[in-house]
Design a protein around this ligand. Sequence first.
Ligand code: MLT
Ligand code: ZN
Length: 460
Amino acid sequence: MTDARLADLAVRLPNLRLLTDPADLEHYGRDWTRRWTPAPLAIALPTELMDVQTIVRWANEHGVAIVPSGGRTGLSGGAVAAHGELVLSLERMNRVLGFDAVDRTLSVQAGMTLLAVHEAAKEHGLIYPVDFAARGSCSIGGNIATNAGGIRVIRYGNTREWIAGLTVVAGNGELLQLNRGLIKNSSGYDLRQLLIGSEGTLGVVVEATLRLTDPPPPSQVMLLALPTMDALMEVFALFRSRLALQAFEFFTDVALRHVLAHGAQRAIDGDHPYYVVTEFDADESSQDAALAAFELGVERSWISDGVMAQSEAQAAALWRLREGITESLAPHRPYKNDISLRISALPVFLHEIQSLLGSEYPHFEVVWFGHIGDGNLHINVLRPAELSESDFITQCEHVTKLLAETLQRHGGSISAEHGIGLVKRAYLGSTRSEAEIALMRGVRGVFDPKGVLNPGKLFA
Ligand code: MLT
Ligand code: ZN
């Protein structure tokens, strides 16, 4: 070990796994954005909470930046290490610490995948309801750091609602036990909530106590084809008023083309510009309610066609049309926007944004999909083959600036659920006021006075 700082860390923690192999630096230094060239100093893979504290203290003494790292499935560059940082991977801290049947909580280490959390909850007849397509690779710590949302927010809310307690190593090396699983706790600032969504800039989440809940009643999955964008919000209002929705997701014909080319099965024939996958509680009365809502939608020309899943396999196939989109686009390394608005602001906003994107990206392929029932749209722009990567990014950044201005006028957010990271930090001011950002920086200075945790992320 030639680096004196790493040699000192190895002396303090002789059993710590430290990787410096180029292949490891590359693997752990990047996330799903694939935009930055990874260049970390080394990768630390601790197994003990106290080791994390020692590493953060070491970083403070040596002035080494730390990038906390989970599954690195992030889409905003929050887990990228491109400037000689130490990547602190929680991947070996992936155990269940305990289940409490009375409190209905599951305590876990931060490196567990979301899927493993789901499975652990299921063993106790309960669910952890936050869910999205990256479940098999993302870590619960990363979900907490970005306040991850996903496909069930319409029913269950974001990650924030499900965190009963956190164990955190703050940027100054202090170990904090935040909220300790309490339901009611009116004793001043809720630092747990401050840590959720802080993108690794205040502390390293090491353990979490998760709230669990009863599994939902049996559900029904439906795919709908829609003739216009306006119909999207009409159908949403119609279905929401008549059914207990568990999910309401949309995608366009362009997204469908990609997902079909990637192996998914077509479920509705013909060309339709918009599609919705919706899931709702299914008892006998809701079957009738769903059919009645469908028929009314057809009568009003909001729905052109539809299919109701007849089996679990068919429900999974319909979900694949929506959940497979990100993976089908990944080889193109799309430029991604992840925006949100109040649902009431969507109808007007959607028209504005459609004409903005149409005029600014006349020759680019633009793929829309997302959690329309939460007011959350994903806009993925694909690079034309003849354009260089850097020209492409420059053009997309220009459009994002216009998008951010439009969002600001409508009171929306430049990041609904992916986080600000590196990708969106130039646009933070479109969603947060100057006063808010100044306070956020102040908070960061209190938790992490030397700025060792994830510097450059969230703020420029
Ligand atoms: C999704 O909703 O599929 C995820 O947020 C991933 C993405 O936007 O690509
Ligand atoms: Zn999403």
